[in-house]
Design a protein around this ligand. Sequence first.
Ligand SMILES: [Zn+2]
Length: 285
Amino acid sequence: MNNLLRTLIYDGQVSLTVANTTEMVKEGMRLHGLSNLSAYVFGKALSAMTYMSACLKGARGEISLSVKSDGTCGEIAVSGNQKLYLRGYIGNTQATGEMNAQNEKDCFGHFGSLTIIRDDGYSRPFVGSCAFPTNGDIDSAFEEYYRVSEQLPTRICTCVELSSDGECVFAGVIAVQPLPFAEQETMEKTWDLPLAEILSSLRESDVETCVKQRFGHTSPVWELRRAVYQCNCSREYLSGVLVSLGEEQMRQIIRDDGAVRVHCHYCNTDYEFTDVDADRMFPKK
Ligand SMILES: [Zn+2]
């Protein structure tokens, strides 16, 4: 089912994106076995990156996030592509504490930086980064990134809700970004939008209904899409990487360790390559 909608509101002056990321957060939690607080922080970053992936232009576009901070969560990395396949990991999968504003900051970090590498598939990737804003939360860090690095004032609101037994019952993201020609009055209206409230109406409805109810369906731009949590690793892809390592080195590792073991951090999957694989990868001429 489509879970993401991008459209224009206020006479085409403001871009609006709304996504229900519940299933994606659930999949991330399942793959990584996340504690509630880790799931909360990771889910918010994953949701914000879902929005950023939906903004990619080229057909081969890719975007990745790296968060480094003094927080208890360790490093957070999330990557997404133009197909809206998202994947990621959080260094500390077992952060402890209730989900509240204080613990969100302690876990995500009070001091840190957010780095984005965006490759629209045309030329060289764009690399941008920003320091966390003081007294900010996760959403503010992404807003700061847009302000500092892209010079695009943007409001982002993410939500992750877990039940008492640690199941994700709702997650989503809403983002508004005035286009460069937006009028002052429109900008003010945009900043005043109760984003959290609009997002929470997604609990009971799909993205189309949620947006129609609040803003109507006035723009010809109406992109309904499906975002999923999906890793792009595979045995085939990794075989290709190992071929570039060379036969001699691969055989040596197999002799020393019994197998070449590769771990994918994004989907928490282990791969093993043995002599049988090496025979296949390096056929005798
Ligand atoms: Zn993977």
